[in-house]
Design a protein around this ligand. Structure first.
Ligand SMILES: Nc1ncnc2c1ncn2[C@@H]1O[C@H](COP(=O)(O)OP(=O)(O)O)[C@@H](O)[C@H]1O
Ligand SMILES: [Mg+2]
Length: 422
C-alpha cells in the first residue's frame, strides 16, 4: 500500500527535498533541476574537450554538490559526442587495488553499453567476461577459465593469483577504448565517486596503484577520468605522488552555493513536482528558514534537504488533514528537529559519546576544536579522543576541516548535531 502523500497539501506530487543526486534520463531526479556551478561545469567540460585524454578531480565537503556536478558534466559530454553512463563508479571502504582496475573497466563497459546498446566484437566480449567474473566474485580476482576470446563455453572458474586483473584489466580497457573511438565516440568519460570512503591506508594504496598504472591506464587515448572526494581524500589519492599529480589538473574545489542559488534549486523542484498545474505550489518553508539552515549546514545541501524533509513531515503529521498548512517557521522546525536528531544521535552513538557532544555544545556549538582541545574538554587521553572523533565523523555528528599544511586537524559539530543540541 502506498503511503498517503502528505505533500499534496502544498500541491506537490512528492517530497521536493529528496537527497538523491540528479542524473541524466531520470524522471524523478532530472538534471533539468540543476542550478549554478557554471564556471566549474564549463571548466570540467573544457578539459575533457581540450585533450585526447584527461584526468580531473572535484573536491568538497559532503553534501556540497560534487556528485551532482559531475552528473551534469557527463550529460554535457554526452551531448558533445562522448560516451558515458549516468552510473557512478562507487568507491567502497574495502576496495583493493586490483578491484579499482576492475571498477574502472566495469565503468567503461557500462559507458559503452549506455551509448551503444548493441556493442559487440572481441573487445566488448572480452571486457564483458572480465566484468562478469569480477562481479560474480563480488569484486575479487577470479577470472573465468574461458578467458579472453576463448568462447564462453567453459564455465569453470579458476582462481587467478591476485594481480591477474592488473595484467588483463588494462589491456581490456585499452581495447574497449579503441573500440569506442572506432565507433565514432569522442572518448569515454568515467566518474569515480567518494574517494573519502577509503581508509587512509587504502587511499595510500590507491595512490600507489594509480602511479603504477599511470601509463598503461590513466594516459590511455580516449579516457577521461573525473574523481570525486573530500579535499583530504583527493589530496591523498591523486596528489601524493608527483607522477600522478602531474597528470591530473588542479582539483576543482566546490564552495557552498550562494543563498539565492539554493532558493532557485528549491523553486525548480517545487515547479517540477507541482500536482495541479493550475494552482500555485505553497512553499512548505519560509525563505528565511532556508537561509538559516544553509548557514547552519555550511553549504551541505544533503543535510539541509534532509532537515527540511524530516522537519516538515514531522509537523505535517501533527496538522489535521485538509488544512492548508502555513509555511513552516524557524522555531517550529528547530523544535521538532532538535527532538528528532537528539534521539537519533543518542540511539546511534550511545550515552557516553552523546555526553561528549553535550560538553562540546556547552562550550560553544560553533567552536572549532583540535584533538588537544578535546583532551582538555573531555578529560580523556588522546587515543580515546581520536577514536571518539572517528566515530563522530562517521556518524555525521562532527566534521573535519580540510588539512592545512602541518597544522593539527580541526573539528566542528555538524548542522544536525547543532540542531540536536538545541
Ligand atoms: N548544482 C545543483 N543544482 C541542483 N541540485 C543540486 C546541486 N548540487 C547538489 N544538488 C542536490 O543536493 C544534494 C546533494 O548533492 P550531492 O551532489 O549528492 O553532494 P556531494 O556529492 O557533494 O555529497 C542532492 O540532492 C543534489 O540533487
Ligand atoms: Mg557524492
Amino acid at each position: 500500500m502506498a503511503l498517503p502523500n502528505l505533500w499534496r497539501l502544498y500541491n506537490l506530487r512528492s517530497s521536493p527535498y529528496f537527497q538523491a543526486t540528479l542524473r541524466q534520463g531520470s524522471e524523478a531526479t532530472p538534471l533539468s533541476l540543476f542550478v549554478g556551478r557554471q564556471t566549474e561545469r564549463q571548466r570540467l567540460l573544457s578539459a575533457i574537450g581540450g585533450s585526447r585524454s584527461s584526468r580531473q578531480a572535484v573536491a568538497g565537503r559532503p553534501g556540497i554538490g560534487k556528485t551532482t556536478l559531475v552528473q551534469a558534466v557527463k550529460a554535457d559530454a554526452l551531448a558533445a559526442g562522448y560516451w558515458t553512463s549516468a552510473d557512478i563508479i562507487p568507491i567502497t571502504a574495502d576496495l583493493t587495488s586490483e578491484n579499482l582496475i576492475g571498477q574502472l573497466l566495469a565503468g567503461a563497459f557500462e559507458a559503452v553499453l549506455a551509448s551503444c546498446a548493441h556493442a559487440s566484437g572481441p573487445a566488448v566480449e572480452a571486457a564483458q567476461q572480465l566484468v562478469r567474473t569480477i562481479r560474480l566474485r563480488g569484486g575479487g580476482f577470479t577470472v573465468s577459465a574461458a578467458g579472453f576470446g576463448a568462447g564462453g563455453t567453459n564455465t569453470q572458474a579458476v582462481s587467478s593469483p591476485p594481480g591477474a586483473l592488473l595484467l588483463d584489466g588494462p589491456r581490456a580497457l585499452r581495447d574497449l577504448l579503441v573500440f569506442a573511438l572506432e565507433q565514432g565516440a569522442s572518448g569515454l568519460v568515467l566518474h569515480l565517486n567518494n574517494l573519502e570512503n577509503l581508509s587512509e591506508a587504502d587511499a595510500a594504496r590507491a595512490a600507489d596503484l594509480l602511479r603504477s598504472i599511470r601509463d598503461q591506464v590513466l594516459l590511455l587515448d580516449g579516457l577521461h577520468l573525473i574523481v570525486v572526494g573530500t579535499a583530504d581524500a583527493v589530496r591523498l589519492v591523486v596528489q601524493s605522488h608527483t607522477q600522478v599529480r602531474s597528470v591530473f589538473s588542479d582539483p576543482v574545489v566546490l564552495e557552498p552555493l550562494e543563498p539565492n542559488e539554493v532558493h532557485q534549486l528549491l523553486g525548480a523542484r517545487y515547479r517540477s513536482l507541482r500536482l495541479d498545474p493550475n494552482l500555485p505550489v505553497h512553499a512548505p518553508a519560509h525563505a528565511a528558514v532556508i537561509d538559516v539552515l544553509h548557514e547552519l549546514f555550511r553549504g551541505d545541501l544533503r543535510g539541509l534537504l534532509k532537515a527540511l524533509e524530516d522537519g516538515i513531515t514531522a509537523l505535517l503529521g501533527l496538522t489535521g488533514d485538509g488544512e492548508s498548512p502555513e509555511p513552516i517557521g524557524l522555531a517550529d522546525l528547530t523544535l521538532v528537529l532538535s527532538l528528532r536528531y537528539k534521539l537519533e544521535l543518542q540511539d546511534h552513538l550511545g550515552a557516553t559519546l552523546w555526553q561528549r557532544l553535550e560538553a562540546w555544545g556547552e562550550r560553544d556549538v560553533q567552536a572549532v576544536m583540535t584533538q588537544a582541545d578535546l583532551v582538555t574538554l573531555w578529560g580523556i587521553k588522546q587515543p580515546s579522543v581520536s577514536q571518539t572523533l572517528q566515530q563522530l565523523v562517521s556518524a555525521g555528528a562532527a566534521d573535519v576541516l580540510p588539512r592545512r599544511g602541518g597544522d593539527p586537524l580541526q573539528y566542528l559539530l555538524t548542522g544536525a548535531t547543532r540542531l540536536a543540541l538545541g
